[in-house]
Design a protein around this ligand. Structure first.
Ligand code: 8YV
Length: 345
């Protein structure tokens, strides 16, 4: 009987879709990460036609070893993520394997966390929490400008986006609820995707939201922005996009938020910039080396840096939708039907 491999418990709703799909389901029942051996062993089973995997650099990483282990009948690898930097898509396609992912359904949740990190970083929330937890509050000599940060409501703020897709748009909509309405922000963005009618799209967006939206080079974004938000794909052209040079060009009062992938921002350069006061603060949902991040990591220790453990898409409704899309991509692929969302490179 044809089988579908699912590397993590996907919850009751997606499990009930799996139970009626006509494929035998091999599922790792726990939330714990399966061993690499467990994944590779099942991939080799010639009846496994689809593999639903997670975004993980561990047992689910789709590299040469993973693809070599796949039996020749495997038709689809479906990832529980919009990002696919853990998958060698070209190599999979070359073996006739389609790759599915989960775009769209998580844009709101990730935008919520991104906007939250912007506010937390500007308003020094990490420092405030550390002050309370260390018992330092009673010792803090209060004065009008103690524990203050830059104002999101300042007139004519500049918000820079590295990557300007669905999640960036949703983030901007949220931030506009906080920014100055009589002197609204300007938006600069860097994007490798340019549609034919891009100028019109930017003009429509500007009109709809009452802000100026313009494509810019990264140097201008670094120099002009009060808030820099990283929401681009990770690929060779975006690795270390935010490096020493970028950070030195940023305003000392500016903040950086990364909700994309850790390696887009160079961690050593960021730690140094935060330490030297080259930028005001940083908010990170992602960090190079995750999840193996020690409490002694310089970015974790920095009081002007909020680090959270890759929680962007983590609200219950969003994860249910991701699980459903992930298993439907797997089922469709196994049956030789169109995927609901296929990665095209
Ligand atoms: C998930 C993500 O937390 O979708 C992505 O690309 O990074 C996050 O939404 C992660 O993929 C869970 O597998």
């Amino acid at each position: 009987m044809p089988k579908i491999l699912v590397t993590r418990n996907v919850g009751p709703d997606a499990s009930s879709i799996l139970s009626t799909c006509g494929l035998e389901v091999i599922i790792n029942p726990s939330d714990a990460e399966p061993t690499r051996e467990w994944v590779l062993k099942h991939l080799a089973d010639p009846e496994v036609l689809a593999a639903c995997i997670m975004h993980s650099q561990g047992s689910d990483k789709v590299d040469k070893e993973f693809l070599d282990a796949c039996n020749p009948n495997l038709k689809v690898i479906s990832t529980f993520s919009v990002g696919y930097d853990h998958i060698d898509v070209k190599a999979a396609n070359a073996k006739g394997i389609k790759v599915g992912h989960t775009p769209g359904v998580l844009s709101d949740a990730v935008a919520d966390i991104t906007a939250m990190l912007v506010l937390m970083t500007m308003r020094r929330v990490e420092e405030g929490i550390q002050l309370i937890k260390s018992g330092g509050w009673p010792l803090l000599p209060w004065a009008p400008f103690v524990m203050c940060g830059p104002s999101i409501g300042s007139p004519n703020l500049t918000i820079g986006f590295l990557g300007f897709g669905r999640i960036s748009h949703e983030t901007l909509k949220r931030l506009l609820a906080f920014t100055n309405t009589s002197a609204p922000p300007s938006v600069l963005y860097l994007s490798s995707r340019r549609r034919e009618n891009q100028d019109q799209i930017d003009a429509d967006f500007s009109e709809q939201f009452g802000v100026s939206v313009r494509r810019a080079e990264k140097e201008e974004i670094a120099e002009q922005s009060d808030v820099v938000i990283v929401l681009c794909d990770l690929n060779p052209s975006t690795k270390d996009l935010v490096n020493k040079e970028f950070l030195r060009t940023m305003k000392k009062t500016a903040v950086l938020v990364n909700c994309a992938r850790g390696p887009v921002v160079n961690s050593e350069d960021l730690a140094e910039a935060l330490e030297q006061g080259e930028i005001f603060g940083a908010g990170l949902d992602v960090i190079t080396g995750e999840p193996n991040i020690s409490p002694d990591h310089p970015l974790v220790k920095a009081k002007n840096c909020v680090v959270i453990p890759h929680m962007g898409s983590g609200d219950v409704d969003t994860r249910k939708k991701m699980a459903e899309l992930c298993v439907r991509n797997g089922i469709n692929g196994a049956k030789g039907e169109h995927l609901l969302a296929e990665v095209k490179v």
